[in-house]
Design a protein around this ligand. Structure first.
Ligand SMILES: [Zn+2]
Length: 163
């Protein structure tokens, strides 16, 4: 009887890059793709500071960078945003179906946000900012994008517990 768990039983293969990853992993460490669904857990992370600015907001949260990145990704997903470029630690999210956008071209209603998450001394920093691709910039309209930015940053703010 061999009581050593075979290495393969604790691993799955990433559906995106096909590399073996730990079955407990929520995101693939190789390519950053999401492997498991995570619910947006309200109140589990404590907000240390929150500053609004002209392009979005800066959040400081008592957690690690990956946990915050997953939280933000899940929040954005619940709002219909999908990661379009980069990784969940530094990437761009868009709302609106990519196929529809290609089909409709400049008429597609496209909102975009950029996230950048860093970590220092047990505090994760998030810079959440509106993104304007050349594709969508003038088409959505500045006021519509600003409204969406305000709505999204406050909604995101409400997903954190407060001191
Ligand atoms: Zn992968």
């Amino acid at each position: 009887m061999n009581d050593v768990t075979p290495k393969s039983s604790g691993q799955i293969f990433c559906p995106s890059c096909a590399k073996p990853v730990n079955q407990e992993a929520v995101i693939c460490p190789n390519c950053g793709v999401q492997l498991k669904e995570l619910k947006v857990s309200s109140g589990s992370m404590e907000l240390q500071s929150f500053d609004k600015n002209s392009t979005g907001a800066h959040f400081m949260v008592k957690t690690d960078g990956n946990t915050l990145a997953q939280h933000v990704r899940d929040f954005l997903k619940s709002e219909g945003y999908e990661l379009e470029n980069g990784s969940i630690l530094k990437g761009g999210y868009t709302k609106g179906n990519l196929g529809k956008r290609v089909m409709l071209g400049p008429l597609a209603n496209l909102y975009k946000f950029n996230v950048e998450i860093t970590e220092k001394d047990g505090i994760a920093n998030l810079i959440f900012s509106k993104g304007m691709s050349g594709f969508s910039g003038g088409l959505i309209g500045v006021s519509k994008m600003n409204k969406e930015t305000e709505r999204m940053r406050m909604k995101l703010y409400n997903t954190f517990s407060k001191k």
